[in-house]
Ligand binder design. Sequence first.
Ligand code: 4DW
Length: 194
Amino acid sequence: MIRRRVAILISGRGSNMSALIEAAKAADYPAEISLVISNRPDAAGLAWARAEGIPTAVVDHTTYGQDREAFERALQAVLEVHRIEFVCLAGFMRLLSPWLVERWHGRMLNVHPALLPAFKGLDTHRRALAAGAKVHGATVHLVAAEVDSGPIIMQETVPIVTGDTVETLAARVLEAEHRIYPEALKKLARAANK
Ligand code: 4DW
């Protein structure tokens, strides 16, 4: 079995990063987490990744001022040095331009805390509660230039129950995210092995 080389991009704690790292420890998992990159030097997820023995890199966007292209060229260079084949965004907060997204066409994943195409954007749990939705959930999708709109790879629904708050609902959705993100990456990596 070939293990595909995966980089995870984070900006903070990266709880989905931890879920991916744990899943990739399985002997039959078709991908390995080969690199964690943060755009923030102080991201808590960096220490976690290092403790797991995973190489880390910081590409600090503030170094490049308003020049998003320069930031992305630096990101791409690091990905190439590490021979990365797939990229997973995990709470990564910088909008990526078509330049980078096209380079990773079909090979870059993100997880969104809602059942896309419902509730694109921020504040999904509050909006789902306000709409009176009875179900909510999480989506893993391929990253496209337009935010929250690439092809859907996997989804899981969670119920919305009486008394739910943004916090209780967010926690339930996060558990779903942690289940489907590793499954979606497995699916993508397996498809690449065929
Ligand atoms: C996302 C989308 C936009 C911003 C932040 C997060 C969701 C995940 C994502 C990250 N980068 C992406 C995606 C995506 O779905 N599609 C693409 N790239 N193409 C966002 O606008 N962030 C702003 C900065 C926020 C901050 O630094 O706190 C920004 O100006 O980049």
